[in-house]
Design a protein around this ligand. Structure first.
Ligand code: FUC
Length: 825
């Protein structure tokens, strides 16, 4: 008998260590660590689009910080400042008289730095609270291991104590709308813990109902808004063996063989103007459904549902021994080690974050996605739309996750409603508009005073996403559904554009180049380069949409005429792309926003093949601005350098991004936290998404009349393979390269139509490839180039002839739902 026990024990130990080893050798798409998280930025994020959790993975005191995406401070209502419409003509006049500071002072009288008592500058996204599981016997454990597996969206913790192997699994199921924690051990009766919850909300309550721990509370009151969100979080342990006891405010599990804790959270939020939901009922219903399913079924369905999206894209840039090191160590060593797989991991982590924070029917990903442990997070963790929200969605189409774009489209619909009043009351204009921030209540008024807030371009930029989705999908039904939003944006600008007294161009005023001060000591001005590029896109999209849908021809004609009167881009005295109408740019300006390069990325107004002078000017601008900056700024620069066809420089920016983030939560030196979250600092998710999109942009571009394969391949990635990237026109591509040349390519066409490839080396195929010259327009309408105005060039600018890598354009005709294969010659 004794020998038998020893044998069993030995077997248990070998099995346990085998499990730990096995997990370690299969770590390609995993974030993994040998210690529990101590800081929030070390914890691992889970999400199903609506619910989020940060898992710390501590054996003795497990901690999950929890979010539900509609837990925000405040209540419905916009934030339009009173009386701005009355001073608007005077503000414009002052700007045109070049009295910029005076224009700012006057604007500040209606749009002050801090909101007046009867207004607000947006509400904060807030945490629900924290779940704590106390395991009194699990001190000083051995063989600790913690991971987040991007292949399954499951986090796992394993460790050993007194010959027993413990395993914990955590995930957020979108199918069942619950977060699941599963506790098992290699021996029976070993699961003993108590379960508590806390919340930082002023109004909160913890109680035990039946066998559930229930945490309820309310969002905070801020400025002129009362906290009216009600949330209800329910924690329900389902145990095998052992027993469950309760106190007034905790549940106690003793000697169970295994336990599954189902976490359900809901609020009364129905939509931005309706809070009539019953939080308790909704949360209880999700729980009821989940608890009637077996654990294995919940898990199986979760994995299948997640993989439906995640598995569409794979990326192989090579694997080195670094993959056998914990993720935080790899980040620390990235600059000096050859670790291309960390880039693939980071890329796939970006896709994981998008699937986890933005699912159809949920809120769009905010500044922190859905992961926020505070009630007053940085910048309220709301939506900043002068770059950050857009950046969150840059990977959506190209990395084959178009469904995850939907929450942004839904928010745009809301904003096109709330933004009508702002257009009328503040600017006496039709259509809809918004400034640089919004929140769950869809505010559209200015935020943070004249200096940051008087940027009336939020609707112009956000609505580009609708058009881009159309270009990728060719979905005319979608286009007709969102057409009123595109039209409303165009109507607003057709009403507010003013003739510039000096240049006679039509310009937006007041406006600014986001957050950057010009030499006249303020940000406020007229007709910034970014304004002109955005209005150009808003008008161009509308004109195209109206012609495709065969509506509003007269308005389209008006816009065609107005488009001719917009300001052109200008190359300034330092051979830079001018940020403003005047040549005010300073070589030493390293501001994090480089808004005038919107025309380079994400827009397509600066093409090396059509406008080499603008292309060079953009290069100079970027050189002056420098590389190191906040996380999102570096993410944007990866895309810029990719569009500038400079793979090594884009790679350098990835290197800057994948460097350990500073511990201080402020400043402008971004980087990456141990859990791969982007550091502004502090944590802001846009840098993750921006960099993910940038990696895709280095491998494939489709904005400039063709599908350009490997447009910005760094020397370090001379060999690799990617599958499932999307190009405009409904094409999906798999390709492999060696010695920096394409060796295999597969093109899937979902819509049919002409496919134009830009290639550095020739490929052969069964289909006939026709060589075409640069000057022939791609007949595929989803590749139509918009013709921009000829740029103006300062006589001091030193332009050279542009040396581009040699490429050739090839056309072939595709049919819908057909696949085309190519190989190198
Ligand atoms: C913009 C940026 C800041 C920050 C904030 C949320 O205002 O200039 O760097 O990202 O948004």
């Amino acid at each position: 008998m004794f020998r038998k026990i020893i044998c069993l024990l030995l077997l248990a130990c070998t099995t346990a260590s085998f499990t730990v080893e096995k997990i370690k050798s299969d770590n390609l798409l995993k974030l993994w660590y040998n210690t529990p998280a101590e800081r929030w930025e070390e914890a691992l994020p889970l999400g199903n689009g609506r619910l989020g959790a940060m898992v710390f993975g501590s054996p003795e005191l497990e901690h999950l910080q929890l979010n539900e995406e509609t837990v925000w401070a405040g209540e419905p209502g916009n934030n339009i400042p009173k009386g701005f419409g009355e001073i608007l003509p005077q503000v414009r006049k002052l700007i045109f008289e070049e009295k910029y500071k005076e224009a700012e002072t006057l604007t500040m009288s209606k749009v002050p730095r801090k909101a007046f008592a009867d207004n607000n500058y947006g509400m904060s996204y807030q945490t629900v609270g924290d779940l704590w599981m106390n395991f009194p016997t699990l001190k000083n454990v051995n063989n600790y291991y913690r991971e987040l597996d991007l292949k399954t969206a499951i986090s796992t913790v394993t460790f050993q104590k007194d010959g027993v192997t413990y395993k914990r699994e955590y995930y957020a199921s979108a199918i069942d709308q619950v977060i699941v924690v599963r506790l098992t051990a290699s021996k029976k009766g070993k699961i003993t813990f108590d379960l508590k919850a806390t919340s930082p909300h002023t109004t909160n309550q913890l109680q035990v109902e039946a066998n559930q721990l229930v945490l309820s509370g309310k969002g905070e009151s801020v400025d002129n808004k009362e906290g009216k969100i009600e949330f209800n979080a329910r924690f329900f342990p389902v145990i095998d063996g052992g027993k469950l006891a309760k106190t007034d405010s905790s549940l106690v599990v003793s000697n169970a063989d295994s336990a599954t804790i189902l976490i359900s959270i809901a609020t009364n939020f129905q939509n931005y103007k309706d809070l009539t939901g019953n939080a308790k009922e909704i949360a209880a219903n999700y729980l009821l459904k989940a608890k009637n399913k077996s654990y294995n079924l919940i898990k199986r369905e979760h994995v299948a549902d997640y993989q439906k999206y995640f598995n569409r894209v794979s990326l192989d840039l090579g694997v080195t021994n670094s993959v056998n090191k914990p993720t935080d160590q790899r980040i620390a060593e990235f600059a000096k080690e050859n670790d291309p797989q960390l880039v693939s991991l980071y890329f796939q982590f970006g896709r994981y974050l998008l699937i986890s924070s933005s699912r159809p029917g949920t809120q769009p990903a905010n500044l922190q996605g859905i992961w926020n442990g505070s009630n007053s997070p940085p910048w309220d963790s709301k939506y900043t739309v002068n770059i950050n929200t857009e950046m969150n969605y840059w990977p959506a189409e190209v990395t084959n996750l178009p469904e995850m774009h939907e929450p942004l489209f839904a928010m745009l619909k809301d904003l096109s409603e709330t933004g009508k009043q702002t257009a009328t009351e503040m600017y006496g204009a039709g259509g809809w508009m918004m400034h640089h921030n919004t929140d769950i209540w869809r505010i559209t008024g200015p935020v943070d005073g004249a200096f940051y807030g008087m940027w009336p371009m939020g609707g112009a930029w956000l609505s580009q996403h609708l058009w881009q989705h159309y270009l990728y999908s060719g979905d005319k039904k979608f286009l007709s559904q969102v057409y009123p939003i595109l039209k409303g944006a165009a109507m607003y600008y057709s009403d507010v554009l003013q003739e510039h007294p000096k240049y006679k161009w039509l310009v937006v005023t007041p406006s600014m180049s986001p957050e950057n001060t010009h030499p006249k000591g303020t940000s406020m001005t007229a007709g910034t380069t970014m304004d002109n590029q955005l209005v150009f896109d808003v008008f161009s999209n509308f004109i195209e949409a109206s012609s495709i849908l065969k509506v509003d021809g007269t308005f389209a004609d008006t816009l065609k005429t107005m488009k001719q009167r917009l300001a052109p881009m200008q190359v300034g005295q330092h051979t830079q792309l001018q940020e403003w109408l005047e040549d005010w740019d300073r070589k030493e300006d390293t501001h994090r926003h480089i808004s005038h390069l919107y025309g380079l990325y994400p827009s397509n107004q600066i093409s090396p093949f059509v406008h080499p002078e603008l292309f060079q000017a953009a290069q100079h601008t970027l050189e002056y601005r420098g590389d190191k900056s906040t996380g999102w700024s570096m993410g944007w620069k990866v895309n810029f350098w990719a569009r500038l066809l400079n793979g090594d420089r884009a790679y350098k920016l990835i290197e800057d991004q994948l460097s350990p983030s500073p511990l201080e939560k402020k400043g402008e030196k971004g980087g990456t936290y141990p859990n791969l979250f982007d550091a502004h600092p502090p944590f802001q998710i846009d840098g993750n998404f921006g960099c993910t999109a940038g990696i895709a942009e280095m491998l494939l571009q489709s904005q400039d009349g063709s599908i350009y394969l490997l447009p910005a391949l760094p020397t370090k990635w001379s060999k690799g393979e990617i599958k499932g990237l999307c190009a405009r026109g409904g094409f999906t591509l798999d390709f492999k390269w060696e010695n920096s040349k394409i060796v295999e390519l597969t093109v899937y066409s979902s819509l049919g139509g002409n496919c134009r490839l830009r290639l550095a080396n020739e490929l052969h195929s069964e289909v006939a490839l026709t060589k075409v010259s640069e000057t022939i327009e791609n007949p595929n309408p989803l590749y139509k180039r918009n013709i921009i105005k000829e740029p103006l060039i300062n006589e001091k600018a030193e332009l050279k002839s542009l040396l581009l890598g040699k490429t050739q354009l090839f056309d072939f005709d595709t049919q819908a739902n057909k696949v085309y294969h190519f190989k190198s010659k």
